[in-house]
Design a protein around this ligand. Sequence first.
Ligand code: 5GP
Length: 128
Amino acid sequence: MPYEYDDQNVFAKILRGDIPNQTVIETEHTLAFHDINAQAPVHVLVIPKGAYVNYDHFGAEATAAEITDFTRTLAKLTADLGVAPDAGGGYRLIANSGEAAIQEVPHMHVHILGGRPLGAILATAASS
Ligand code: 5GP
């Protein structure tokens, strides 16, 4: 089933400039900004400017230019934010997609988390 994009979601409003954000970097196809509720010293959200609901939607339907721009921007950010493994100790990428992952905002995004030891990949209480 094709995805339907809700253009009233909060990241769509950020992209339109209706809601302010703390931008880290903006390129032709990608925007990165600080998460409003940071879970680590470094917590940046990277989003495509295109109307994609989640990661698999983006991977299936984005243009090669959008995917390349997104991937290169994210890679550059790990260095710019000081969390690249060689110099900053490392980082975690999270792309919550859909109900099971408790995706809050239905616009494709990747969280970059770092700046402290991040612990196990999943919370113990949530595992089974
Ligand atoms: P999700 O659970 O969808 O992967 O995460 C959505 C993220 O968006 C959350 O970490 C939340 O703190 C962040 N967020 C929600 N609304 C806003 C907002 O208005 N501005 C910013 N900068 N982040 C937001």
